[in-house]
Design a protein around this ligand. Structure first.
Ligand SMILES: NC(=O)c1ccc[n+]([C@@H]2O[C@H](COP(=O)([O-])OP(=O)(O)OC[C@H]3O[C@@H](n4cnc5c(N)ncnc54)[C@H](OP(=O)(O)O)[C@@H]3O)[C@@H](O)[C@H]2O)c1
Length: 361
């Protein structure tokens, strides 16, 4: 019998998976309503996180929900929305049993919905396939726990662990297939984080493209202590389409001008003469609703993030080329081999070796 329920939950997970990347800052959740082993309706969290999957599925099933079973990948919310919390909507619908893959760690809901559903004579089963909910929405669980965004660092490196040539050119380290996948990584992230140095050197657009067409804009966060960013940078051309957030210690004519053209300039106290406090910056990023970031910057910044224990995952594309001793290193004062990593995914993109690592805590 468990197998049938597991099958329906797995279907709900695959709905959640398909929608991943569209629901930030909310997790992507899947939901099925089933009666007599027949699916009445299915849904995933809508774009930007609302309406929730349960609300959509209930609406689709209508009166038929009465006496049915709901399968949902995350505990239904207990906080009010326009139609009442999902928990209240489920109670109103006459659903008789609910399979919840994983409880919601958000304190507004955490196990409260489960309690309320039970109190209203709905049978509740929690935990079947819970790992899948975690895997899909790692950013949600991990960022909530530390009140900082879930942080992935993406790097293209040569076989000798250099990220650019001596003259700072780096464009063609990885191949076209790797670069295509890098756009998938961007698509599945809530925001990109970079440094003004990388912007000055590469002048990237930081857009998300498929077949050379822009398919999505996500916020861009720039660490720019001394406001070195050129006003001609390409990233300043898309201010009407996305947030560009600059962290700096300077409050001057340039910061005012950047605000005037549409950037969000966040003033931070200097930690030392040359540095900003990255932990404070990450707490601030979380507080403005950004829960998941992809870092695309150089080795100096990567090292700083590691030293501050701010990295959750590394996405490494290793190309079969050698840049040589004078190249720009992936890390300063340490080597990738010194890090405590466990590998969770690897594949080949042509001759490039891609590895996805988790930093062991
Ligand atoms: N291969 C790849 O995947 C890849 C990806 C991105 C970039 N790149 C390449 O990487 C090269 C640049 O790398 P890089 O290591 O020289 O530079 P970087 O890591 O991009 O940026 C270093 C700069 O970030 C700022 N910074 C770092 N920590 C800070 C802190 N705690 N507070 C305030 N500011 C901080 C400092 O800027 P200030 O000097 O202004 O204080 C520092 O000089 C470029 O050639 C670029 O093309 C390669």
């Amino acid at each position: 019998m468990t197998n049938i329920h597991k099958r329906f939950l797995l279907k709900a997970h695959s709905l959640a998976n398909k929608n991943f990347g569209k629901t930030f800052p909310n997790p992507s959740v899947g939901c099925l309503i089933v009666k007599n082993n027949k699916i009445l309706s299915k849904a995933a969290t809508a774009k930007a996180g609302r309406p929730h999957a349960e609300e959509i599925a209930l609406k689709k099933a209508g009166k038929n929900s009465y006496g049915s079973i709901m399968y949902v990948t995350l505990e239904p919310c207990n906080h009010d929305s326009y139609n009442g919390s999902c928990t209240n909507q489920i109670i109103r619908s006459g659903i008789k049993k609910i399979y919840i893959a994983k409880f919601d760690p958000d304190s507004r809901t955490n196990k409260k919905s489960i309690k309320k559903l039970k109190k209203n004579n709905i049978k509740v089963n929690v935990g079947l396939t819970q790992n899948k909910t975690f895997e899909t929405n790692k950013f949600f669980f991990k960022s909530l726990k530390k009140n900082k965004p879930f942080t992935k660092v993406k790097m293209a490196v040569s076989n000798d662990n250099k990220i650019a040539w001596q003259d700072y050119s780096s464009k063609w380290i990885s191949n076209a297939n790797s670069r295509k996948y890098a756009h998938v990584l961007r698509y599945n992230s809530q925001a990109i984080l970079t440094t003004s140095k990388t912007i000055q050197i590469d002048n990237p657009r930081f857009t998300i493209r498929r077949n050379n067409k822009i398919i999505k804009f996500i916020p861009l966060i720039i660490i720019d202590n001394f406001l070195k960013i050129s006003l001609k940078s390409k990233v300043l051309n898309s201010l009407s389409k996305r947030r560009v957030i600059i962290f700096t210690s300077l409050n001057n004519k340039k910061s005012k001008y950047l605000k005037k053209i549409g950037c969000e300039v966040i003033l931070m106290k200097k930690q030392s003469n040359t540095k900003l406090n990255l932990k404070h910056i990450f707490t601030k990023i979380y507080s403005i609703g950004i829960r998941d970031i992809l870092v695309e910057a150089g080795g100096i910044f990567f090292t700083e993030l590691l030293n501050n224990k701010l990295v959750d995952e590394i996405h490494l594309f290793k190309a079969p080329i050698k840049i040589g001793k004078k190249g720009i290193p992936i890390l300063i004062g340490k080597s990738i081999k010194d890090l405590k990593l466990s590998i969770i995914n690897k594949k080949m993109f042509g001759k490039d070796k891609y590895s996805n690592y988790v930093i062991k805590s």
